[in-house]
Design a protein around this ligand. Structure first.
Ligand SMILES: CCCCCCCC/C=C\CCCCCCCCCCCCCC(=O)SCCNC(=O)CCNC(=O)[C@H](O)C(C)(C)COP(=O)(O)OP(=O)(O)OC[C@H]1O[C@@H](n2cnc3c(N)ncnc32)[C@H](O)[C@@H]1OP(=O)(O)O
Ligand SMILES: Cc1cc2nc3c(=O)[nH]c(=O)nc-3n(C[C@H](O)[C@H](O)[C@H](O)COP(=O)(O)OP(=O)(O)OC[C@H]3O[C@@H](n4cnc5c(N)ncnc54)[C@H](O)[C@@H]3O)c2cc1C
Length: 666
């Protein structure tokens, strides 16, 4: 994508055996998506206002102000250029800096859309769309995050004044973590226990104004601020995660989001026919976006590690010739190529999840709630699986880059620091896996009742076969048959779920049993989610994919993804009797051969992500591979090198040196 100087990776690029431009379109999702993405990426890269290479040198205050500046400038550009929603979303992506706008557009607006009545949407959405108000999603408290039903903030209906009184009764009820809350938001969708006539009706969302629209001061009864520095310099510190306390703050009754439950003027609580779980709908939406984001973060780390692995040479010089490129070491390949394959796998499962989410949203609008449990289980499970894998992968990519990977200029430390909270926010990954496990146990318990499992659990309808089938792989090549691979994953997932269900049935108290077996249940959930990813990759390959060699590369990556999982989790596959040790060894042999097929295409496969050097933000991952001179020059730019003799020499170094000298003379 970058033009200019000498291309140190040119030889690598010539080795590839497929049409990279066509692969770029597959990666982007469509030709249109590619064109939008490419255009916006260049726009951001060429605008000095979006410079980001100085982030980790700024103090928190400077960093935050800089983010405010960028967000305001981005908004101005969105208006000036009349960007569509798709283009604006891409702009946010390539600016690559967490900001309050993420929560405004990503959670505040969707919460009103999903949980507000038509009337409420008409009132609040135009204000939010024009950014005349800025909102956040204030759910988590100091004492409770995962356990939403345990939230303590109260919203008590006062029939005298037709208002709710929002209150933080305890220290632990302080809202804690919401992004955009600390310093920016004028409004929040705040989650609180609805109390009417002394009766607790559970947690609901309320639109609460926090700050004056004139001078930005907190309104009476509101205490609000930032919760302090987070992991890493730069990184997520561009975000003002906040603390908020309410001291009997009054809001009009019509500011409770009432799509699920209404409170009338008379104080009557009316449940609509919309299921309660819709209150959790915003989280379902965001979890779905987080899966796509995982493929972006992972592909970015993999792009850096792959390019650098082709540039870096260690050992193996023959007769004074060049040393071996580290990418040619089999160990490097076995660590790197599964991550490359995972990036593609997560991309495709993300595309599918987006489709699933759109489908469920359309059904909800037509009052069909039947697919909500499936959407919840898939978004929760895939959010958990992909973010855990991506966080681990970024750290692995750092190690794959050796010492230089630890330098800020590699781009990997900041990427890691910014990314890892994805394992926690929008649902702790273990808590989410246990939600999937509940869904699986329910599905297994209904097998044989005549109710056919559908969607992601449809494979369970073949339980009789999958519980006793034997893998047919006899030769290495058999592991390149999608049906063989899929059946092994289906059998493993089902057998693990059924084993959990059988163990659960031994407990007289199911909740006690669930708690006792929760580690096994989480593993069964992982097996189910891995099956979803594998099956969506296989489905992708059934589509018509144009471009010379493109489909073949994707096939190779699909098998790399599947067989590396099979290798990594062979304990599961063997202990459930899905494969034999001999078959595991054949699969591993096939995997090694696949790595050799990926090798000549590796650079082109990461070029297909079409990332600009600006977006990558990595000296090691530069498109032209010109790593060493840039690293060398960059080092001299560090503020510590502004002076040859460091500040502090006279106060702290010279006296120590002199003292040592005096001691030595004595
Ligand atoms: C730079 C400027 C540019 C400007 C550019 C402008 C344009 C920009 C355009 C777009 C930008 C978009 C950006 C989008 C990115 C967004 C980034 C976000 C960043 C991340 C922020 C993070 C925010 C947060 O973290 S918010 C807080 C999240 N909190 C949690 O996730 C809490 C987790 N806990 C829970 O979800 C629940 O408590 C629980 C599920 C664990 C348990 O709930 P419970 O006690 O009620 O449950 P049960 O287990 O008893 O379940 C009851 C029943 O309900 C079902 N269930 C549970 N959850 C759901 C659900 N979500 N949906 C449906 N059903 C659900 C469950 O299965 C049970 O069902 P049964 O049938 O078994 O009864
Ligand atoms: C960067 C960041 C941004 C955030 N932004 C927002 C925001 O905008 N708005 C908002 O409302 N919130 C936000 N949050 C809060 C976030 O959603 C919560 O932190 C998250 O849901 C996890 O909840 P917790 O902190 O209560 O974790 P805890 O539940 O306290 O987790 C602690 C440990 O306990 C384990 N655990 C908890 N329950 C169980 C269980 N039932 N079974 C087994 N193990 C369990 C977990 O696995 C974990 O290991 C943000 C958090 C972060 C880090």
């Amino acid at each position: 994508m970058e033009g200019g100087g000498v291309d140190h990776l040119a030889e690598e690029r010539q080795k590839s055996r497929f049409d990279v431009d066509e692969m770029k379109i597959v990666w982007a999702g469509s030709r249109h998506a590619f064109e939008v993405s490419d255009r916006v990426a260049r726009l951001v890269a060429s605008d000095p206002a979006f410079r980001k290479d100085n982030r980790n040198l700024l103090s928190r205050k400077e960093l935050f102000k800089n983010t405010l500046r960028k967000a305001a400038y981005a908004w101005k550009r969105i208006m000036e250029l009349r960007l569509t929603e798709e283009e604006a979303a891409k702009l946010r992506f390539f600016i690559d800096e967490p900001a309050y706008t993420d929560l405004h557009w990503g959670m505040f607006v969707p919460a009103i859309k999903g949980q507000g009545t038509e009337e409420q949407q008409q009132k609040w959405l135009p204000l939010a769309y024009k950014m005349q108000i800025i909102g956040c999603y204030a759910q988590t408290e100091l004492g409770h995050g995962s356990n939403v039903q345990g939230l303590e903030t109260t919203a008590t209906f006062d029939p005298q004044t037709d208002e709710f009184i929002i209150n933080s009764p305890t220290l632990t009820s302080s809202k804690w973590w919401p992004g955009g809350l600390g310093k920016v938001s004028t409004h929040a969708v705040a989650y609180a226990r609805l109390i009417v006539n002394g009766q607790d009706h559970g947690v609901h969302g309320f639109i609460v104004q926090l700050r004056s629209l004139d001078d930005h001061m907190p309104l009476p009864g509101i205490t609000v601020g930032d919760i302090g520095m987070k992991f890493g310099s730069g990184a997520y510190n561009t975000m003002d995660n906040g603390v908020l306390r309410f001291d009997h703050v009054r809001i009009p009754r019509n500011q409770m989001l009432m799509r699920v439950l209404q409170v009338t003027r008379e104080g009557k609580v009316v449940q609509s026919d919309v299921p309660r779980q819709l209150i959790y709908g915003t989280m379902v939406y965001v979890r779905q976006t987080i899966v796509s984001d995982a493929s972006s973060a992972l592909s970015r780390a993999v792009c850096i590690a792959t390019r650098y692995s082709a540039v870096r040479r260690q050992f193996g010089s023959q007769k004074g010739g060049p040393e071996t490129q580290v990418i040619d070491y089999k160990t490097q390949q076995s660590r790197l190529f599964p991550l490359l394959a995972s990036a593609y796998a997560f991309r495709f499962v993300g595309e599918w999840l987006k489709w699933l989410y759109t489908d469920v949203t359309q059904r909800l609008q037509a009052n069909d709630f039947s697919t909500l449990p499936e959407a919840h289980a898939c978004t929760a499970g895939l959010k958990s699986l992909t973010t855990s894998a991506t966080a681990d992968a970024i750290e692995e990519c750092r190690k794959l880059c050796g010492g230089h990977g630890y330098l800020t200029s590699s781009g990997l430390p900041e990427l890691f620091a910014v990314y890892i909270p994805a394992c926690t926010y929008e649902g702790d990954n273990t808590v989410l896996l246990l939600q999937v496990a509940r869904f699986l146990m329910k599905t297994v318990s209904q097998l044989g009742s005549g109710k056919q499992p559908v969607g992601s659990t449809a494979y369970m309808s073949r339980a009789e076969h999958l519980m006793q089938c034997r893998c047919s792989a006899q030769r290495v090549e058999d592991w390149l048959k999608p049906d063989v691979v899929l059946e092994a994953f289906e059998a493993r997932a089902l057998r693990m779920s059924v084993a959990c269900a059988q163990n659960l049935s031994k407990f007289s108290n199911p909740e006690e049993g669930f708690a006792e077996l929760s580690a096994d249940l989480a593993e069964a959930a992982i097996a189910h989610c891995q099956l979803i990813v594998v099956s969506k990759f296989v489905e992708k390959l059934q589509q018509d994919i144009p471009g010379q060699g493109v489909k073949q590369q994707l096939q190779t990556l699909c098998f790399v993804y599947s067989l590396h999982l099979l290798h990594k989790h062979q304990g599961d596959f063997l202990s459930t009797g899905c494969i034999t040790p001999k078959q595991a060894s054949l699969a591993n042999e096939q995997l090694r051969s696949l790595y050799s097929q990926v090798r000549p295409n590796a650079i082109a496969l990461v070029d297909a992500f079409n990332y600009t050097d600006h977006y990558l933000g990595s000296v090691l991952g530069r498109y032209d591979g010109n790593v060493y001179p840039t690293l060398y020059e960059d080092a001299w730019k560090d503020p510590l090198n502004d002076s040859v003799v460091p500040d502090g020499y006279h106060e702290y170094l010279r006296p120590v040196l002199k003292q040592q000298l005096r001691n030595a003379r004595l």
